[in-house]
Write a protein that binds this ligand. Structure first.
Ligand SMILES: [Zn+2]
Length: 259
């Protein structure tokens, strides 16, 4: 039997490598994406994530939105992308402009793999600590850098109007400025506290306990840490085993302009 196991393992490894190409998802047996949730921003803006705001996304019990901040970061981001791809899962990456500028090809692969690309400023400045104009410039330069890499053009509104404040440090003037531009502001409903150095095992246990305690919501992790990247395959396996369903958020199409 053991003679047979090796070629099968090699074949599976090749299959996994091949899965990195577009068009192989959905695949039977994977966690996958259970539904795509278009997120619309009205005139009053949109602020979601119960760690910071009263409301979150309209998610059913055991539905989760996966989000990763602060990349693209090279090796650790590649490991996260591979883990997501192996389970046909799509996440939202809130990317930092200067990280995107340092890893433009990786950003393009991320987008080409079907993930949602949100924004997280140009330099990851804590915006409560700088004057409004400087904050505004950091936010805008961030999404314009990303949009230029992905589409060749950039404007005064991001192509994907999703934003998360570094450190959740929101200001009223920037909230108003983002709302004017119909940009959704995302907090989170739970996180792994992976800004603290951890091991994949400890991070997985902590993250799962918080997810199970709340029962639905937006998860925040960081694709900049090796222990987080190493934890993602175990997280996806556990979500699958526990009957969780992954929801992908995307921008709602602009309303039809009739009459
Ligand atoms: Zn961040």
């Amino acid at each position: 039997m053991s003679v047979l196991v090796r070629p099968i393992a090699v074949a599976l490894a090749l299959l996994a490598a091949g899965a990195a190409q577009a068009g192989t998802c959905p695949r039977p047996g994977t966690l996958g994406v259970s539904r795509v949730l278009p997120v619309e921003v009205g005139a009053d803006g949109l602020f979601v994530g119960t760690k910071s705001y009263p409301d979150t996304l309209p998610l059913a019990d055991h539905e989760i939105v996966l989000s990763f901040d602060d990349g693209p970061a090279g090796k650790t981001t590649d490991a996260v992308l591979a883990a997501l791809e192996a389970e046909c899962v799509k996440a939202t990456f809130f990317v930092v402009g200067e990280m995107a500028a340092a890893h433009p090809e990786q950003l393009r692969r991320m987008a080409a793999a079907g993930h949602t690309i949100g924004h997280h400023t140009m330099t990851h400045t804590i915006l409560t600590k700088v004057p409004f104009e400087r904050g505004e410039a950091d936010v805008e330069t961030g999404w314009q850098t990303v949009d230029r890499i992905l589409t060749g053009t950039a404007g005064d509104r991001p192509k994907t109007p999703f934003f998360r404040y570094p450190g959740f440090a929101a200001t009223k003037p920037l909230d108003a400025w983002l709302t004017e531009r119909r940009v959704a502001v995302f907090g989170a409903d739970f996180w792994g506290s992976d800004w603290n150095k951890s091991t994949p095992e400890a991070l997985l246990a902590l993250t799962l306990s918080r997810i199970e305690a709340r029962g639905r919501g937006i998860l925040l992790l960081h694709d900049t840490h090796d222990y987080t990247a190493a934890m993602v395959p175990g997280l996806l396996a556990a979500l699958k085993a526990k009957g969780w369903r992954v929801v992908q958020i995307v921008p709602a199409p602009p309303p039809a302009t009739g009459g």
